[in-house]
Design a protein around this ligand. Structure first.
Ligand code: PLP
Length: 396
């Protein structure tokens, strides 16, 4: 948020002006919410693998691992089938059944469901109301003699307070896994996020900043852990048909690897574009009373997988969902990440202690606006006009 600008209550406008009520929309063509199209280079890279006939994980997965490790500040990178498998591959060697693991109440379900799949007990930690990241003061209060680990998500592209996570981990001898499914190339205190914690997991799902369709990876800096993860990834096979451990088949394939390498060529520039676009959004949102731009963790450089705005519903006559519906009619799509905090998910209700009030409130307040590297000045003109128009029409 820019420290200089003060939000202004835009003059009230009639709700009948809204496109939702039959008024003229700011834009007849909706702004693209994301930009995921393949380029000819991506298609050529995939085609070369198809022509080679080498479809399994081979040279292209190796190349993706080497390059993505280097750019993320990690020693080892292991590609795998998707971000959920990445979490399983990281949790299995680090956490044991029965362990209590501190987990975010405010994240995508996989961060926590794979803790449950490991036989561990998730202990929900609330979110901070400004960065939306895990609240480490709340985490510290929830440590018990059974706590063995922390699973923290770098949510929306913004790193958590890594110093606070690592300090708590050190104090209680806890293992730390960071879920960076939404945070490729994010940095903390000048270092790639791969430099911190026991393991970091990524998703390469089609809509992620580095999207290959399906795909994922795990990074770590410990040689023995990297070896364990590689074995788990491929049936514990140490030699041809010699299986020393029970494992899975969570391997990637070289078509996916080739698309990943090709997209990685563009990711640094696309990340810079996202950051510039976030600054443009901040200036717009700062000027609208009742909407707050996302705050970044001190020391962190966010990569804005999502640009998530918080709405003070007391300042409007509508709900967040009604606000988003009106925006859509003006040509501005949005999305809610997430409509329910994790403790309120039926699948996780067993571990809900109703002690994460900030996450409960966020689920009624936040919405994500279009964010990607292809947003233009014209898109921002539409965004600004539509946001101001809807805010003015619903001004309390
Ligand atoms: C924070 C987070 N963790 C894990 C995942 C799971 O990744 P995947 O869909 O590749 O299994 C996602 C995907 O949306 C995510 O956003």
């Amino acid at each position: 948020m820019s420290p200089t600008s003060a939000p202004t209550a835009s003059p009230r406008r009639a709700t009948s002006d809204l496109a939702l009520s039959g008024g003229t929309p700011v834009s007849k063509t909706p702004i693209p919410f994301m930009s995921t199209a393949l380029t000819p280079a991506d298609i050529d890279a995939a085609t070369a693998v198809l022509k080679s006939g080498m479809l399994r994980a081979a040279k292209k997965c190796d190349e993706l691992e080497t390059r993505f490790a280097a750019i993320s500040g990690a020693k080892h990178m292991m590609t795998c089938a998707n971000g959920t498998c990445a979490l399983q591959l990281a949790y299995e060697p680090l956490f044991q059944p029965g362990d209590e693991i501190l987990v975010p109440a405010w994240s995508y379900i996989a961060t926590v469901s794979m803790i449950v799949a490991r036989g561990c007990t998730p202990v929900f930690v609330d979110a901070l109301p400004d960065t939306f990241q895990i609240d480490m003061k709340d985490a510290a209060k929830k440590v018990t003699p059974k706590t063995r680990g922390i699973a923290a998500t770098h949510l929306y592209g913004c790193p958590v307070d890594i110093d606070a996570v690592q300090a708590l981990a050190q104090k209680h001898n806890l293992k730390v896994v960071y879920d960076a499914a939404q945070s490729h190339l994010a940095t903390y205190k000048g270092k790639g996020i791969g430099a911190f914690g026991d393991a970091v997991t990524y998703s390469f799902y089609a809509t992620k900043n580095l999207g290959t369709g399906e795909g994922g990876s795990i990074s770590c800096n410990d040689d023995a852990l990297a070896k364990s993860i590689k074995l788990l990834r491929s049936h514990g096979e140490t030699d041809k048909y010699l299986h020393e451990h029970i494992g899975f088949n969570y391997r990637m394939n070289d078509i996916t690897g080739a698309i990943g390498c090709s997209r990685l060529d563009r990711l640094p520039d696309q990340t810079k574009a996202r950051q510039k676009n976030a600054a443009k959004y901040d200036a717009i949102i700062d000027g609208i009373d009742g909407l707050t731009p996302p705050t970044t963790t001190p020391g962190a450089e966010a990569v804005y997988h999502l640009y998530v705005v918080k709405m003070d519903t007391k300042k409007f006559t509508c709900t967040r969902d009604e606000f988003c519906k009106a925006l859509m009619a003006e040509g501005v799509p949005s999305a809610v990440h997430y409509p329910r905090p994790l403790p309120k998910q039926p699948a996780l209700a067993k571990w809900n202690k109703n002690d994460c009030p900030v996450s409960d409130t966020l689920s009624t307040q936040v919405f994500a606006l279009p964010m990607h590297h292809d947003l233009t000045d014209d898109h921002f003109r539409i965004l600004e006009e539509a946001l101001n128009k809807v805010a003015a029409a619903y001004r309390a």
